[in-house]
Design a protein around this ligand. Sequence first.
Ligand SMILES: *[C@@H]1O[C@H](CO)[C@@H](O)[C@H](O)[C@H]1NC(C)=O
Ligand SMILES: *[C@@H]1O[C@H](CO)[C@@H](O)[C@H](O)[C@H]1NC(C)=O
Ligand SMILES: *[C@@H]1O[C@H](CO)[C@@H](O)[C@H](O)[C@H]1NC(C)=O
Ligand SMILES: *[C@@H]1O[C@H](CO)[C@@H](O)[C@H](O)[C@H]1NC(C)=O
Ligand SMILES: *[C@@H]1O[C@H](CO)[C@@H](O)[C@H](O)[C@H]1NC(C)=O
Ligand SMILES: *[C@@H]1O[C@H](CO)[C@@H](O)[C@H](O)[C@H]1NC(C)=O
Length: 931
Amino acid sequence: MASLLQTTALALSCAPLLTAAQRVVSMSDLSWTVTNPNYTISVTGNVPSQAHLDLYNAQVIGDPYYGLNDFNLRWVAETNWTYSASLSALDLSSNASTWLVFNGLDTFSTITACEQMIASTNNQFRQYYFEVAQALSDCTSPTISINFGSAPNIADALANTSLNEPWPYGTQMTYEFPNRWFVRKEQSDFGWDWGPAFAPAGPWQPAYIVQLSSNEVYVRNTLLDIYRQGQVSNLPPDQTQPWIVNASLDVLGTLPPNAGLRIDIRDANNNTVASSIASNVTTTGEAISGSINVGNNSVDLWWPNGMGPQNLYYATVTLLGSNNNSIATSTVRTAFRTIVLNMEPVSQQQLSQGIRNGNNWHFETNGHEFYAKGSNFIPPDAFWPRVTPARIQQLFDSVVDGGQNMLRVWASGAYQPDFIYDIADELGILLWSEFEFSDSLYPVAPDFLDNVREEANYNVRRVNHHPSLALWAGGNELENLELQIANESDPGNYSRWLHEYETLFLGVLLPAVYENSRSISYIPSSTTNGYLTLNHSAPMPMVERYNNLTAGYIYGDTDHYDYDSSVAFNLSSYPVGRFANEFGFHSMPSLQTWQDVVPPQDLSFNSSTIQLRNHHYPSGGLNTSNFANSTMGMGEMTIAVQRYYPAPNKADPLANFSSWCLATQIFQADFYRSQIAYYRRGSGLPERQLGSLYWQLEDIWQAPTWAGIEYSGRWKVLHYVAKDVYSRVIVAPYWNYTTGDLTAYVTSDLWDVVNGSVDAVWYDWNGSVLANTNTSTSVPFTVGALNTTKVLQTNTNTLGQTIDLSNAVLRLSLTATGYLPNNSTLTSFTHEFWFHPVLSLADAKLVDPGLKLTYGNDTNDPSWTVEATSGVSAWTWLDFPSGVVGNFEDNGFWLVPGLPRTVGFTVKNDSTGGEWVKNVTVSSLWDFTTP
Ligand SMILES: *[C@@H]1O[C@H](CO)[C@@H](O)[C@H](O)[C@H]1NC(C)=O
Ligand SMILES: *[C@@H]1O[C@H](CO)[C@@H](O)[C@H](O)[C@H]1NC(C)=O
Ligand SMILES: *[C@@H]1O[C@H](CO)[C@@H](O)[C@H](O)[C@H]1NC(C)=O
Ligand SMILES: *[C@@H]1O[C@H](CO)[C@@H](O)[C@H](O)[C@H]1NC(C)=O
Ligand SMILES: *[C@@H]1O[C@H](CO)[C@@H](O)[C@H](O)[C@H]1NC(C)=O
Ligand SMILES: *[C@@H]1O[C@H](CO)[C@@H](O)[C@H](O)[C@H]1NC(C)=O
């Protein structure tokens, strides 16, 4: 019953409710043709779509993701594509006004109707609406056509205009097509280090024809802002205050004189919890706003994943005429919660708790600090129109399954469509959202800024009602990277570049947030040392700190990449900050995923198809011959594997390729696990570190990248290992391999004390328990809320005097009980972590673990039992064939004889009719040593 209502309201949030006389025709229902300028190609088109997809559909081009098509299809990006359709089936007369409403045109277009020029557009992220009644009134040829220009060519042309500036050397990061910073289009469409460059064009979002008579209005966008009375952006509100629900409608048509608003709030069972005429009604141009009070006790809170339930509500905003008659309504799904990024100075009370002076940099929801566990979400496809709710549901189910509560929606993809926020609202996934600016300096010409202002206003207003919206950031890697490069390569003009930066990110984007929302925090750059001062009544409310730091104090969040794998497990090479918003290393996808797009003869490490998909090439060296030959791309991965593990050397070339792909994934997962455990432990250290979001959640295509989930939906080793190290209560070792100091800590992100014990048992590689290790075998512990506690302290150099370190492994295993947030059921927690006191497992005395795999024989609930029969199994890996999408409950784990493990499998999609279960295999690191 609740789900029925949900479906209805979801549909409503895309197309607002209409009064009877309005006529709204979806442009998806017209018959479209896509043609190139000389008419040699003419195929059926769709709305929403992009030319590549329609050409692929018509078999004019092959699968854009196949082989080297990202290079072969450059011609598609370099020509114009015109979408045209007949309007003859529409009654275009008899209305006072007719509007063309486009929720998204990608990107440069010229629109004509009835052979009259209507408008041109130049921003992928804006909603455009044009009144066309006059053009249609004496129409002899009732057609609409949208001529999309080539974004790469137009970007090149814009580079020869006054938009261009003498930006300092190194700031304008270019991947494949140059000049992306001149165009308001998804920046990664021009190539990125994890993605292809297709630069698609087309009507990528829904579009409508709206006809209104003189007293009608159409709601084109709805803003809903729910906050605690007195709350302002960026500051923790008083949780005892009542809620204010502020609504604002953007309309087409003329607002009646003395218009009013009514706001009704209903719960998931359609019970009304609040219903009032809004007070403080204001109208500005095409928008009308007003607000109501909602008592604290009338509603239940919404919580992120793992912190409580996701209670959702429906808000219906009704536009009222002077007699309180209903003129138009809009319904959005929403919820009651506060979410703040707290960057306030460390307080006296925090100092007395041992927190290092400086500023905070952490999230609080409903007044609670919490540990943000998650990753970075890049565009899930190079072609947005083929991103379906089913695909995002599948991906976000993996996010929840992985124990994550936050995704950073990286700047320079696209603003997420509402359906993605809807799924995140349901699952409790917080979406740290960003404006689409990344890794370059941007123009500040007035027209450019006006265009950005429209884009920002529209998107801030569109998504503000979603409880999953956690933050707005101005862009990616600006303060920590762009301003630093500018300062280093052009110190004489630094004040100019800083001023331009502030013009865009503090002068345009900050007001877009603060003028529309009191519930969401804003930071100008994804990585930032925060503000020196914040004063909402000052003309420029935020004064940035930048590098005005006090020695010994801690500020801000961190972005950390180190491709020198020799220091990958040197803990002192990791940054100490309040929050880690990016860190990572690339790895290969699985053989199964490669096989989807690479012909058999190219399935080797050195084939050009594989190498050319690694876009992590030297800066400045952007041509293909350069990056194919670089130790920077592929070489980094293979060097890391050789450094830390026995390198695969199989006789069968395909088996060797597959093992190498897996080996690069093991290094990646090992490296991330080490960093995540380190950052999480920081929650109980002076840095009070409260978040880690690794780079990156998922893949845009099949390529060597930083992702944990492949394009096919298959989990790499990383996603399994991240799931494990994001468990609520973990035990992890911390080793200084120079001094031999070895400690282990228990870290908990629960909001209550947890009690338990850790067993620490040393084994040799045959699986026999080692005597003479002086490690006490069971250590009881109590760990506080969001805290950490030491459970082991020893030294491997000393230990090496009594045991052979190359024939020793330590199993740390934890059992504990405690309470989940907002849950009164006592819950048990377990976790284990295996430590090896040699840096490289190539130096360890590995033995054949004698792995045995047994299928559970229940086709409805597939599971396997894995057992090591003759030795310790390191990095035990269960593999499954293509044709099924899903994941094991657990993978990449270690086993010792006598402790078998049974793991289930979640099937998300099966095209093999259940046959796949016959081809599940198991291996371990030992298999790399066998030919
Ligand atoms: C027509 O345009 C396409 C690009 O869209 C180009 O490849 C082709 O050569 C042109 N054909 C003629 C006959 O001009
Ligand atoms: C290509 O599209 C752009 C943008 O709509 C337009 O300005 C230009 O005139 C078009 N060129 C052709 C040949 O259609
Ligand atoms: C919810 O309640 C309202 C007001 O009582 C009613 O108009 C509406 O039809 C109901 N919606 C559903 C889906 O039951
Ligand atoms: C209306 O505005 C007044 C003055 O700004 C404010 O005190 C009051 O809380 C507002 N009412 C609502 C429901 O927002
Ligand atoms: C640096 O910060 C201090 C406060 O911590 C402030 O008084 C000073 O003006 C700042 N300096 C600059 C150059 O912004
Ligand atoms: C590739 O790079 C290596 C090391 O810089 C260099 O010696 C070699 O000549 C390069 N090969 C080609 C084909 O450019």
